[in-house]
Structure formats: structure tokens, C-alpha cells
Design a protein around this ligand. Structure first.
Ligand code: NDP
Length: 300
């Protein structure tokens, strides 16, 4: 194996440390505590795990953490009332509605009810438009985490050929916008892309956000390219015991690491950066709301 392993777990711990230092300064110098509210509707076990770890890490960096756990059959009107209350609460700077929502709730309507200045997931249509036009916005956490790791590894990304595999609103499209913002030449590939292997072989940077286990083999990767694996896929692992599972990404790690210059592992790559960036976004939102300078290196 020749690639440098980009350690997302260590990098995320560093980012959380930087956020924590800023929070300490905000408290001391401005008597301000950034606040993050997470709204969970229903009892999806994976969502409950995410919400718990978000709350724990929010408290660890010294922020205020608020959780609203609503019944699975909560009406749209009741959910919108909770969001309205948080929009108008000056102690809350970031609001995250955990997705997916139960089917009877309209996700677009709910997300667009969040005050865009508090939309720390960066999914509000205003933030999507601001990012697309290169203006200051709240940036979706997962692509922001990928960008931070790429900048940390390469310094400038200017002029590099980047291929993003996947065109979802939460990962692929904002990732492409961010890479474009850093002056990469960007290609977005998707399920209808012709000769995906050939497209990926041109890339200095490959970001895989597909949701298909180990789909990208090493012989698609240009020698020395940087591979960012966003995918989180759970596979059965009977070799580890009955009912056991293991996580794999969207790239075939062993074969890609043999040719890439750098690669993120799964687990321990992009995943930990997502919550770190949620905390960074909450800090940024708090600074903006109070007319203070934004934390350097923690925004796009
Ligand atoms: P989506 O299902 O919303 O999007 C997947 C994209 O992959 C689509 O654009 C689809 O194309 C494309 N695609 C599917 N099959 C192929 C194929 N054979 N060839 C090329 N492109 C293909 O997924 P998300 O963007 O939400 O998530 C992607 C992965 O990232 C998942 O594994 C998810 O679990 C993970 N993830 C990880 C996060 C983290 O914190 N690390 C956060 C968010 C997601 P088309 O549009 O044509 O259908």
C-alpha cells in the first residue's frame, strides 16, 4: 500500500478542539455561548444514535445543546411550531432537523422553514443558492468536511481535475460547488454517466458519494490521485460472528490505496468530520449572528 491515509478521526478531533477554543473565547470575551438544537421526529434507531452523539459532542466543545424529540405521528403544524420557536430563540444559533422525516412530513417544507442563518445543515434553499453563486452561506457538513481534508492535504486545490461521483443535494452537488469555488475543474458523475471508469481515471481528486459498497476499483484511479470516500455501507460479516456487520465505503480500499497518493478510510475518514463540521457551522452561525469575525479555517 502506497497511499497516505487521511485520518479523519484525528482531523475531526483537531477541528473540535479548535471549535472548543473559539467557544471558550466567545464566552470570556463576549459572554456568548453558541447553541445547537437538534429536532428528531420518530424513533429511527440510526437517527437516535446520530442525535445522541451530536448532543454529546456539542456539550464537549462547551456549546449549549438542546434536543427536541417528537412523536413519530407529530403533525406538520406542530413540527413547524417547534422550528418557529427555535428560529426566535436568541440562545439557539444552529437548528438541525434529523433526516429522514416520517413519510407524512414534507422535508422540503420543513427544512425551508428553518431560519437560513441558523440552517447549520446548509440544506435551506437560500443557502443552496448562496453556495451556488459563490456567496457566504451555511455549507452542508459532509462536503465541508471533505473540503477541509483536501485543503489540509494539498494546500491549494487550484487547477486540479476533480470528479465527484454522485449528484445528491446533500453531498454530490454541494461538494462539486465547493471544489469549483476552490478553482478545481469539476466533473459530476452519476448513474447515467457513460464510461465512468474513463471519467474517474482523469481525476486528481475523486470524491465517491454513491452508496454502493466498494464500487470504485483501484484500476479506475490515476496514480497519485487523492480519493475521498464518503460512502457508508453496512455489509454482513459472518466471519466476525453470527449477525455481525462491517462498514465499507464506496471505493475498494485495498486496490485504491495501492495506486492513490492519499485516501480516506471507512470508517474513520469522512464520517467523523461531519459532526465536527456541524459544530464548526454552529460556531460560525453564532459569530455571524453577533457581528463577530468568523473562525478562520472552519468555513468554506
Ligand atoms: P444518494 O442515494 O442520494 O445519491 C447517490 C448518487 O450516486 C446519485 O446521484 C446516483 O446517481 C449515484 N449513483 C448511483 N449508482 C451509481 C452508479 N452505478 N454509478 C455512478 N453513480 C451512481 O446518496 P447520498 O449522496 O445521500 O449518499 C451517498 C453515500 O454517502 C451513502 O453511502 C451515504 O450513506 C453516504 N453518506 C455519508 C455521510 C458521512 O457523514 N460520511 C453523510 C451523507 C451520506 P443518480 O442521481 O443518477 O441516481
Amino acid at each position: 500500500m502506497s497511499a497516505t491515509v487521511i485520518d479523519g478521526k484525528a482531523f475531526a478531533a483537531k477541528v473540535r478542539g479548535q471549535v472548543g477554543e473559539h467557544v471558550t473565547r466567545l464566552k470570556a470575551e463576549h459572554d456568548l455561548t453558541p447553541g445547537l438544537a437538534v429536532v428528531l421526529v420518530g424513533e429511527d434507531p440510526a437517527s437516535q444514535v446520530y442525535v445522541r452523539s451530536k448532543g454529546k459532542m456539542t456539550v464537549e466543545v462547551g456549546m449549549k445543546s438542546v434536543e427536541h424529540k417528537l412523536d413519530v405521528d407529530t403533525s406538520e403544524a406542530d413540527l413547524l411550531a417547534v422550528i418557529d420557536g427555535l428560529n426566535n430563540d436568541p440562545t439557539i444559533h444552529g437548528i438541525l432537523v434529523q433526516l429522514p422525516l416520517p413519510e407524512h412530513l414534507n422535508e422540503d417544507l420543513v427544512i425551508n422553514a428553518i431560519d437560513p442563518a441558523k440552517d447549520v445543515d446548509g440544506f435551506h434553499i437560500s443557502n443552496v443558492g448562496l453556495l451556488g453563486t459563490g456567496q457566504k452561506s451555511m455549507v452542508p457538513c459532509t462536503p465541508l468536511g471533505c473540503l477541509m481534508m483536501l485543503r489540509d492535504h494539498h494546500g491549494s486545490l487550484s487547477g486540479m481535475d476533480a470528479v465527484v461521483i454522485g449528484r445528491s443535494n446533500i453531498v454530490g452537488k454541494p461538494m462539486a460547488q465547493l471544489l469549483l469555488g476552490d478553482s478545481c475543474t469539476v466533473t459530476i458523475a452519476h448513474s447515467r454517466t457513460k464510461d465512468l471508469a474513463d471519467v474517474v481515471r482523469r481525476a486528481d481528486i475523486v470524491v465517491a458519494a454513491v452508496g454502493r459498497p466498494e464500487m470504485v476499483p483501484g484500476d479506475w484511479i490515476k496514480a497519485g490521485a487523492t480519493v475521498i470516500d464518503v460512502g457508508i455501507n453496512r455489509l454482513d460479516a459472518p466471519e466476525r460472528g453470527a449477525g455481525k456487520t462491517r462498514l465499507v465505503g464506496d471505493v475498494d480500499y485495498e486496490s485504491c490505496a495501492a495506486v492513490a497518493g492519499a485516501i480516506t478510510p471507512v470508517p474513520g475518514g469522512v464520517g467523523p468530520m461531519t459532526i465536527a463540521c456541524l459544530l464548526a457551522n454552529t460556531l460560525t452561525a453564532c459569530c455571524r449572528a453577533n457581528g463577530l469575525a468568523e473562525p478562520e479555517g472552519l468555513t468554506a
